[in-house]
Write a protein that binds this ligand. Structure first.
Ligand SMILES: [Zn+2]
Length: 313
């Protein structure tokens, strides 16, 4: 985006390039809006001076005749239109970002949790709505006193700024919520899913039994990691699970890691997402090296594959 304006009454053209097309476009737009506000305030000063103290304005601005003043105003109007169309573009960019964000969040949010995602607290009536800049301004730009136009420009800059800040807050809130959920893989390195969630033939007795988790077959020693931040609520030896760890996360999630060769965390420890908590083993009631992984929410066992986001499935 190329933003141009005239510097002072001498009409020297200055320009600013805003090239970031990614997520940082929001930050760029924010800076641009502040720049425009500065320009606008500067102009208000000159305009007020022209109306209330023409002599001072002449000496400050070099305005000598009414014709020159009209010409200057016309130049300002042209630049104002450029600013307004830049802002229209910014609004479009923000809307595209909003759509991208929604797609990303939809992909990353586990099934069954989509309605629990945090919503904008002060959002009124659903999606991101911005004033229609073009209709409000462009049609009227040559019919209103400069000061009114300027006032409107400043107000719109302000409202775009507010909406950008709101967007940023929304992203932050949503990402923080997502990061606290156990939606990442609990294992690092080579693995093979060998047994899914549900009823299966028990590998020891051969009779039908519920398998309340999934099995990642991997070499002994393969790193087992926390899929999200949380607190260790169990780390002990169990006759069935062997070396077993449990971690409590946000939204009443608990994850369980069984048959470990090593436990590297103790009860009450706080762990960050991706933290090494143990190693794959073959302890307890296990027929070969693997990580048995279970996810509970509110005490109910979930199929971990429905909690892992679509992108890792
Ligand atoms: Zn298992």
């Amino acid at each position: 985006m190329q933003l141009m304006w005239l510097s002072g009454p001498t009409g020297q053209v200055k320009s600013v390039s805003i090239t970031a097309r990614n997520i940082l476009v929001a930050a760029g737009a924010l800076a641009m809006a502040l720049l425009l506000l500065g320009f606008a305030l500067n102009w208000v000063g000159l305009r007020v001076a022209v109306e209330y103290n023409p002599d001072l304005a002449r000496s400050l601005g070099g305005v000598t005749t009414e014709a020159e003043q009209l010409r200057m105003e016309s130049v300002y109007r042209q630049n104002l239109r450029q600013i307004q169309s830049s802002m229209d573009q910014t609004v479009q960019d923000v809307k595209k970002l909003e759509a991208l964000k929604n797609r990303f969040m939809n992909l990353a949010t586990p099934a069954g949790l989509k309605d629990k995602a945090p919503a904008l607290q002060n959002a009124k009536g659903g999606p991101f709505v911005l004033p229609n800049l073009t209709q409000n301004w462009m049609g009227q730009i040559f019919k209103q006193p400069l000061q009114t136009e300027l006032q409107q420009t400043a107000e719109h800059v302000h409202s775009v700024n507010q909406l950008l800040a709101l967007q940023q807050q929304d992203w932050q809130q949503h990402l923080t919520w997502l990061e606290a959920l156990p939606i990442a893989l609990p294992i690092q390195g080579e693995f093979k899913l060998t047994s899914g969630f549900g009823v299966r033939n028990d590998p020891f007795t051969g009779s039908l039994a519920m398998h309340e988790g999934i099995d990642f077959a991997a070499e002994i020693g393969t790193p087992v990691v926390a899929p999200a931040q949380g607190q260790v609520v169990r780390s002990e030896w169990d006759a069935t699970y062997g070396n077993v760890i449990e971690i409590r996360h946000a939204e009443n999630f608990i994850t369980r890691y069984a048959h470990l060769s090593k436990r590297l965390v103790t009860v009450n420890a706080m762990v960050q997402s991706g933290a090494l908590i143990g190693n794959v083993g073959n302890t307890g009631r296990s027929t070969g090296p693997h990580l048995h992984y279970e996810i509970f929410q509110n005490g109910r066992a979930l199929n971990p594959l429905t909690v892992l986001p679509a992108t890792t499935r």
